[in-house]
Write a protein that binds this ligand. Sequence first.
Ligand SMILES: Nc1ncnc2c1ncn2[C@@H]1O[C@H](COP(=O)(O)OP(=O)(O)OP(=O)(O)O)[C@@H](O)[C@H]1O
Ligand SMILES: [Mg+2]
Length: 356
Amino acid sequence: VDRRSNKNIVSRIKRGLDALDRQLGRLGEIGSSLALTLIAILASCAAHFVLKSAEGHYAMTMAGFCNVALETGIVAMPLIFYARNMIAQLKNSRHALEEMSRRLAITAEEAHQANRAKSAFLANMSHELRTPLNAIMGFSEVMKDEHLGPMSNPRYLSYVGDIHDSGRYLLGIINDILDLSKIEAGKMTLDNAEEFPLRDAVEGALGLIANLGGKFGVRVVSELPPADLQLMAVDRMIRQILINLVGNAIKFTPAGGSVHVSGVLEKDGGYALSVRDTGIGMNEEEIEKALTPFGQVENKATAKHTGTGLGLPLAKAMVELHDGTLTVHSMPMEGTTIVLRFPPHRISSASAAVAA
Ligand SMILES: Nc1ncnc2c1ncn2[C@@H]1O[C@H](COP(=O)(O)OP(=O)(O)OP(=O)(O)O)[C@@H](O)[C@H]1O
Ligand SMILES: [Mg+2]
């Protein structure tokens, strides 16, 4: 019972001091220090006064230092008690923090390893899948084009066409997975990078999906980069990025809308290429989802179109591989603008030199 009542008193003192600390905390660093000093002076004076008035008592007159000791004890004890308590709490928090960061480091390493294992697995799987797919596509092409003689039944001919198209679609997905896992595993290099006119890549990519715009009733307008602007990059990747982005812009824009592709030479000598649409747009949360592999925003448009959710994250990874950035600006029902920025060291152009 005694211990419990002691604990009660201790926790009450602690609560009281906590409340005092909270109130004083409002006065700021200097204000609270001044207030504490004032409290200490007042408490000392009060203790001094009480003890002085008791000086007649024989214990007090016995030894003057008892006076001092008692005064100091009365003033300092609560402060020391509080300080010790705070230090103990701080030590505990430090231990908890150390433990947490240790666990976090372990978790991060585990996640890293799991990601590496996943990338290696995907890379292997993709190779395994590509080999039979190439056979399916090669032979179905031979049959489709009737290289070895005519197909007697026209329905076989249409089935073979479907096999070939499905194979190509599957190969596209597998290639995307392979590319993304290679980039994530840090195994994709820019060994094939070369200087080429960015204009050609934009024109080529737009040419490939021009009919998609027509199919969905979306107008595609482009302002091509200057003819002398050269980009140091892997041509195939730049075309793929553009096909993905313009393809998305067309897919997620209702009929009657438009897609603008334009570029601008930036002050620092870099080049920014944007793909802007007047489509369904996305909110912040949806943008984050769209940028994660296999992430697709659930809406009527995604339900209507085919896709695996790899195009956008792959485009971002490929731009970043070229030391560039991909940023998404979007508002629901207003449209989306995706900006690709290439750094100055990848750009060379006579007009850039003039601008500089
Ligand atoms: N321009 C855009 N406007 C609105 N939503 C978009 C736009 N671009 C992408 N999204 C959203 O982001 C999701 C992910 O895009 P991403 O290109 O990665 O996948 P996908 O187009 O669905 O499939 P894939 O590109 O693999 O064929 C899309 O499913 C769509 O919900
Ligand atoms: Mg896409």
